[in-house]
Design a protein around this ligand. Structure first.
Ligand SMILES: [Zn+2]
Length: 184
């Protein structure tokens, strides 16, 4: 069920402020099937918007915070991600080809576009999209995450190095040593 709904009748050209909690349960549902999850240990997020009519379009500006949990790119552990970002989108009526006419005062190249239908603006998909946009390509649990621990059996032997060179490779080693000496 839609959680973030603005009734168009409530919104005029001077605009109206809204504030919605972003509950973990909503996040879990909205993010189903994604690699991104709600951080269930954190408090609710918050969606604050100012919605303003401009002809048939509605300009929505605001701020969204939420706490997410993704997989660390290096160690595959939990990486917590606090989203805290500004949002701006212009909603136009669906299937309206002249939606731009009344929005000349906006620099449309700078503004994201979306659509609405009927007499209300449902922000759920929009909020979900904004949250996903904030997830980095390679999230880390911490900046200096060292990645997965290397299992003992896969580690190179302790004496790994020149002394441990396969005897069959010794001639090659000698050649490379000679070349080095010649260069010096
Ligand atoms: Zn990590």
């Amino acid at each position: 069920m839609a959680q973030f709904v603005l009734q168009l009748n409530d919104i005029d050209e001077s605009g109206k402020d809204y504030s919605f909690p972003i509950e973990t349960s909503w996040l879990e549902t909205a993010l189903t099937g994604c690699e991104v999850h709600a951080n269930t240990a954190a408090a609710n997020g918050l969606l604050k918007v100012h919605a303003q009519k401009s002809g048939n379009d509605v300009l929505v500006r605001g701020h969204v915070t939420a706490s997410l949990k993704v997989e660390c790119y290096r160690c595959l552990g939990d990486a917590l991600l606090d989203v805290d970002t500004d949002i701006t989108t212009l909603f136009s009526p669906k299937s309206s080809s002249r939606a731009n006419d009344n929005a000349d005062d906006l620099d449309l190249d700078e503004v994201d576009r979306d659509t609405y239908s009927g007499d209300k603006l449902v922000l759920d998909d929009f909020v979900r999209e904004q949250l996903l946009l904030e997830v980095p390509m390679q999230p880390l649990c911490k900046d200096d995450c060292e990645g997965l621990p290397i299992p003992e059996g896969v580690k190179p032997p302790k004496d790994f190095g020149r002394d441990a060179i396969d005897p069959r490779l010794a001639p090659l080693m000698n050649i490379s040593l000679k070349q080095k000496t010649q260069k010096e």
